[in-house]
Write a protein that binds this ligand. Structure first.
Ligand SMILES: Cc1ncc(COP(=O)(O)O)c(C=O)c1O
Length: 407
């Protein structure tokens, strides 16, 4: 299944210099092929993928309809420029707004870029109100990206360390704490927006103590103070939690919403969506991107959303994700373990730090997982996971976790 045009490059061995900046502590394994829920190494060994490239390949690896659309578009037209009309951008924007309950969208190339657009929208709303020192409320333990503005918004000092001075204008409160926001509202008259993840992904798959009611409380505060409610659905979006966007578990709508990851099923694309009072904040010249929304990116987005709909992948994420969560709860009962999350975004909090389980799952069980916030196993399997593969994930994980906790 390797390309006949270009041989797969060989990974440098440990004693050879790599030409890549060491920004990642990479695992000592390379995958050369992926299909559905499985990844394969050069020698053909299969690995069950409960991570999907960190919530990216929601339809599984190399989904046939998405691959076909990409191949056709690649051989037709890859890039023109946003100086011209791009029919596939219009189509993908229409479909994304339709499934996402929003009105307009800007296509970017990543999650961080989508959040940059949101932060700029908040600043533009301040400018239009005559506020010169705008503040955005953000959360402890949040993650919004690695650009300067988004790492400044992120609630994790490890991400910020070394990059001072941070971009100013962010006020931080504990996730789920509405009273803390009310206190801020009394002390500042230049707050313009709240930026929040419906479920904190990198922070440990954290749901607010009051559940999704939190988003309704934030909506009420934003309405009361004329702030923008900006949801970062980069990880929770595109069906991950069992709704197209996680906010759709509630009765409210945000003013601004950002997404990426699952939007391209592996193709790098992000989007910032707006509605109502945020719809007309940007005009010509206020924002842009050379690559944002190419015919190739948008044809891919269209194929992804279309496939998610046609294959009822979100319904499956809710059903099989619920089954997976129940099974994990049963298996881990009495071990001091908490299982949380929705759909195919699950966190398993262990009583102690467990980063070593990533390597053990990979090498002993051929299972790909992630550990975040030191002691939370994060499962982000494809939305279209079969019940048999859910059973398989649990079987492989349970052996490992029980052995780990017994020592
Ligand atoms: C909630 C959230 N926001 C933003 C980002 C940044 O996205 P990207 O890595 O595509 O820039 C991530 C990535 O993990 C994320 O989980």
């Amino acid at each position: 299944m390797n390309s006949t045009l270009t041989p797969t490059p060989v990974i440098p061995s440990n004693d050879q210099a790599s030409f890549l900046m060491p920004t990642y502590a990479r695992q000592p394994i390379a995958f050369v092929r992926g299909q559905g829920t499985y990844l394969y190494t050069q020698d053909g060994t299969a690995y069950l993928d409960a991570l999907t490239g960190i919530a990216v390949c929601g339809l599984g690896h190399c989904h046939p309809a998405v691959t076909a659309a990409m191949i056709e578009q690649t051989s037709t037209l890859v890039h023109t420029s946003n100086l011209f009309q791009i029919p596939w951008q219009e189509e993908a924007g229409r479909l994304l707004c339709q499934v996402g309950g929003m009105e307009r969208c800007f296509f970017a190339n990543s999650g961080a870029e989508a959040n940059e657009a949101a932060i700029k929208l908040a600043r533009m709303s301040a400018y239009k109100k005559g506020i010169t020192t705008p503040k955005i409320i953000v959360m402890e333990k949040s993650f919004h990206g690695r650009t300067l503005a988004t790492l400044s918004a992120t609630g994790n000092e490890k991400v910020q360390k070394g990059f001072y001075p941070l971009v100013e204008g962010f006020l931080r409160v504990p996730f789920g704490d509405v009273a803390a926001i009310e206190t801020l509202a009394k002390a500042h008259d230049d707050i313009v927006a709240i930026l929040v993840e419906p479920i904190q992904g990198e922070g440990g798959v954290n749901t607010a103590p009051q559940g999704f009611v939190y988003l309704e409380q934030l909506r009420a505060l934003c309405d009361q103070h004329d702030w923008l409610l900006m949801l970062d659905e980069i990880q929770t979006g595109n069906g991950r939690t069992g709704k197209y966007f996680a906010y759709q578990h509630t009765a409210i709508k945000p003013d601004v919403l950002t997404t990426a990851k699952g939007l391209g099923n592996g193709f790098p694309v992000g989007a910032c969506l707006v509605r109502d009072k945020a719809s007309d904040l940007f005009g010509a010249g206020n924002h842009g991107s050379t690559f944002g929304g190419t015919p190739l990116a948008c044809r891919t987005v269209y194929a992804v959303i279309d496939s998610i709909q046609k294959e009822q992948a979100i319904e499956n994420a809710a059903k099989v994700g619920g089954y997976l969560k129940d099974l994990l709860n049963q298996e881990f009962a009495g071990l001091g373990i908490t299982v949380r999350g929705f759909g195919m975004m699950l966190g398993i909090e262990l009583p102690r730090a467990c980063s070593e389980l990533v390597a053990r799952a990979r090498d002993e069980q051929h299972l790909i997982i992630n550990v975040t916030a030191d002691n939370v196993i994060r499962l982000l399997p494809p939305l279209n996971l079969s019940q048999a593969d859910a059973d398989e994930i649990v079987e492989r994980l349970v052996v490992l976790v029980k052995d780990f906790l017994a020592k």
